[in-house]
Design a protein around this ligand. Structure first.
Ligand code: ZN
Length: 78
């Protein structure tokens, strides 16, 4: 069985109350710093929260915008 990541449609929304101290699951892997929940990682029967720091969330957002063709982007106010 393959793992999959289901990010919510909201990496662009940065409300202050989203941030909690925790571990960044993305590139830096740092611990005990402000992170926000990005989605749930499912691997077989396992489900764990995926959280990321501001820098890695920003990098992920940049990669999404650089990768997704404009024609497939959802409307900004969806
Ligand atoms: Zn990070």
């Amino acid at each position: 069985m393959t793992g999959r990541i289901r990010p919510p449609a909201m990496v662009r929304e940065h409300s202050p109350d989203r941030w909690r101290r925790g571990t960044c699951w993305l590139w830096c892997g740092r611990d005990d710093l402000p992170v926000q929940w990005l989605g749930t990682v499912e691997h077989g029967p396992l489900r764990v929260p995926l959280t990321a720091c501001r820098e890695c969330t920003h990098l992920l957002t940049e990669r999404v915008h650089a990768t997704a063709p404009a024609s497939t982007s959802p409307p900004e106010n969806a």
